[in-house]
Design a binder for this molecule. Structure first.
Ligand code: FE2
Length: 461
């Protein structure tokens, strides 16, 4: 006998309690609370023939993008495949999607989940996986459009609507539709005030619009709830970006030391990613970060030759070059060079087009080969979305380029790049400081003083 889930989507299993328990695990995954895998494992131990349960587990494990979970993902997929003959069309679609993923065809996985969603527009798991994978792959339009294709069919009476609003909010934000993005994010928070993904989407809107003071109070007001979620590290990082942008370096260190510096290896990569991204920004500003790189490099070193996800590799490289770990840096470069010569998975193109050039540029920066760093980054700067992540995360590439342009004394280029950043975000102290430095390099002290004064007044404000 087949039943349906809470949204009326068919499930080829006859125990409603198991289906409801999977929904609880899914809510944990969408709201970044609790242990979704632990919950579904408990369900599966009592219901080993629950196909959709295995599909959920395998699908959710895809999102960690770490080699250490790979075996568990493959085992969950095998368990689902063993039940293929009993699976309905929807479940077969989920199985095919994870199978494509395991084979390294991330784009194929998205297509399979897309086909499921087209037939079952209330399949919230399929929608979530398409959206999140599009973020990982840097498919910017896809992050928004996967939600747009089903959104008109949803309303607030449908369970999970607040999560759909959160996905839509982030997708709209990444496509620069800030007004609608903020509206969707705040609608989500009206239904579920502790939805970390919606907090995240609204904070991205504020980041892109340069609303630093508003961003700080928005994040701090809501911190009592989101700081308990599994998304907390990344949200602390967002808070630190607002402080960084207006020159509050002490606050940035507070966030780093209290929230991004767990002494032991963390269970997910977010903390290490965000910690590296934050320290590199401080390095670009010439701030002494003490011994912080060393403990972070210890965490990254075991995955130096993973070649699993280019986005991870560039952050690993930031820590290796900054902590003087030339062996680990070389190991990462060699592994990537071999990998792009032989592999055919979806990450290969990401590594070839952006990951490896950026890693080499980081190495150049550390060796003070600033001209080479500039040339490498200029060549890829409008392709960097292929690396995955968000505009706010990839901003580190443009920022590195600008700092390298200044240090290589290519002041006309530096001024052009600084002006570009100011046009996009006019409230950033850092951006005006860059304009001032570029004018100074070109010998225009009047304009340099004017830009520096603008930075000072923004800092005072
Ligand atoms: Fe973010």
């Amino acid at each position: 006998m087949s039943l349906k889930d809470i949204r009326g989507v068919p499930v080829s299993y006859s125990d409603q309690k198991a289906i409801d328990a999977m929904e609880d695990a899914h809510i944990c995954a969408m709201s970044f609370y609790g242990d979704p895998i632990g919950r579904i494992d408990k369900v599966l131990s009592e219901h080993p023939d629950f196909i959709m349960g295995h599909c959920f587990k395998a699908a959710w494990l895809t999102q960690t993008l770490e080699t250490r979970i790979y075996k568990r993902m493959v085992a969950a997929l095998s368990a689902a495949e063993a039940l293929w003959d009993k699976a309905n069309d929807r479940e077969k679609g989920h199985i095919k999607a994870v199978k494509a993923w395991v084979e390294g065809d991330f784009y194929g996985a998205v297509q399979q989940w897309e086909a499921v969603l087209t037939s079952y527009p209330y399949d919230l798991l399929a929608l979530q996986l398409i959206h999140l994978t599009d973020v990982l792959l840097g498919d910017v339009a896809g992050q928004r459009d996967c939600v747009a294709r089903v959104f008109a069919l949803w309303d607030e009476d449908m369970p999970g609507y607040e999560f759909v609003l959160g996905f839509y909010s982030f997708g709209l934000e990444e496509n620069s539709d800030y007004l609608q993005a903020e509206e969707m994010g705040r609608m989500s928070l009206a239904i579920r005030p502790d939805n970390p993904y919606a907090v995240h989407a609204v904070s991205h809107v504020m980041e892109m619009q340069g609303r630093q003071a508003g961003g700080i109070s928005f994040m701090r007001d809501r911190a009592p709830s989101w700081s308990k979620s599994h998304f907390a590290n990344h949200l602390w990082w967002h808070l630190s970006l607002f402080h960084l942008d207006i020159g509050q370096i002490d606050r940035v260190f507070d966030v780093y030391d209290n929230n991004l510096r767990t002494p032991h290896q963390t269970v997910d990569k977010y903390e290490e990613l965000d910690a590296a991204a934050l320290l590199w920004r401080l390095k670009l500003l010439g701030v002494d970060v003490g011994d912080r790189w060393a403990s972070l490099a210890d965490k990254w070193e075991p995955s130096a030759s993973d070649t699993l996800y280019a986005f991870n590799d560039v952050h690993a490289m930031m820590t290796f070059v900054s902590d003087g770990r030339t062996e680990a840096a070389q190991k990462l470069l060699t592994a990537n060079e071999r990998y792009i010569d032989h592999a055919t998975d979806a990450n290969t193109a990401m590594s070839r087009e952006v990951g490896l050039p950026f890693c080499l540029a980081l190495q150049d920066f550390e060796k003070e080969n600033y001209n080479s760093c500039v040339d490498r980054l200029l060549a890829v700067r409008y392709r960097t979305h292929r690396l995955g992540g968000s505009h706010a995360q990839r901003d580190i590439i443009g920022w590195t380029l600008l700092e390298a342009a200044l240090r290589s004394k290519r002041y006309d280029l530096a001024l052009a790049l600084a002006n570009e950043r100011c046009a996009l975000k006019t409230t950033s102290v850092q951006n005006w400081n860059y304009v001032a430095r570029a004018h100074k390099g070109l010998g225009d002290i009047t304009k340099a003083d004017k830009a520096a004064a603008r930075a000072q007044s923004l800092m005072a404000g």
